[in-house]
Design a protein. Sequence first.
Length: 186
Amino acid sequence: MWYRTRVDLDNGNLNHCHAKVERHLSELRSCFVDSNYVESVLKDRDPLVYRVYRVIPATGSRNLEFGTSIVYPGRIGHEYFMTKGHFHEKEDAGEVYFCLKGEGYLILQSFDGQALYIRLKPGFAAYVPPKWWHRTVNTGEEPFICFYVVPADAGHNYTCLRKGDVKIVAMEVNGRPKILRRGGHS
Ligand code: MN
């Protein structure tokens, strides 16, 4: 176990981490509203949408995981690049996000369908309460970098909120980010 890592505030890289996750568009097919647009992009490229540097010094519910999540700038049609979105496997696990660079939203949705969004820019922190599904969306021109802290055993549940059930999407409208609320069909 070690206790120190350096966060590069320009690009979000950590000089030590235990795991690095990279998600390309081909792994996020089910996230974007316009599936046809996704497939048309994938015909000639598979862009890196986000990266996560994970520091997991020890396991167990009393330990913490921390790291950075970096959503790169880009869109699928009008819809901004974003993370896959997840609930925690351990339902009682909350999480903290602290924005280091860029601009975007933390989007939250509860089991019973309440949905809200939190605007983040450098210096702003936000809390994800237990039992809330969450994702980040980059609405800016540079990488959207957040530092996070979460219980080490929180885990990820990616499957229980389907695309059609997500109520808040961030779209570019007339060159500006706009939040659209959708009915969902759960
Ligand atoms: Mn989480």
